[in-house]
Ligand binder design. Sequence first.
Ligand SMILES: [Cu+2]
Length: 261
Amino acid sequence: MAARARGLFGLSAAAFLLSSCDGLGGISPIFPTPVSPNGEGIYALYVGISIPAIIIFIGVEVALLWVVLRYRRSRQPAGYVPPQIHGHTGLEVAWTLAPLAVVLAIAWFSFVELQRDFQPITNEQMLVVVRGHQFGWDYDYGNGVVVHQEGTLAGDVVPFVVPVNTLVKLQFQGTDVIHSWWVPAISGKTDAVPGYDNFSWLKINQVGSWRGECAELCGVGHGTMQIIVKAMSQSDYDQWLQKQLASQKPSPSPSPSASPG
Ligand SMILES: [Cu+2]
């Protein structure tokens, strides 16, 4: 019986996994393996909150079930009144302070993580300005190279290329409405707001590609705003950059971006 249940569970888990893979433009609902220190920090925070939460949840439910079953009315003598603890000072203080401590701990660790991930850093090795527009992303490397990651559902978008093991500062801007840049394996959602710059960063520890999406409903093409971040070895990146520099004519003024309307 147990083996059968396990088999069924395995089957449904496999079906879920398979159905989540290779969805056109979608990102996996399964937690990705983080590849940047901020992604790792967010994942550690998530696990650090979830495990105590699950333990507390199971503890409360088991205690509740035990009381309900152990002290059910049919097992008590007729007219039984349980001990009354209403107004018990010790208990009142305990169940006020204990949840407060839990909530403050969650707030503290979350705040520390937010500061680490979204304060503008000053020790970056590279700066890329990320501009969200309806509907796509532009990555301005500051040297004349701009990667246009136009939204599409027809297949993969043009990747945003970075060198591996390099601390890249990301400066987010919105050119029309608010968008939100989100690649779960790399960083938390960062809003790209018109007229107000937000900051994040990444430092990818391996060669590969990672998916993301716009995480702010920004118009009819919102669902097309896929993101692919591709980390290359330094030598591959240098080659890629040379190719981009050769193919993209350096323009003295910012190139006209796609009109929002
Ligand atoms: Cu968007």
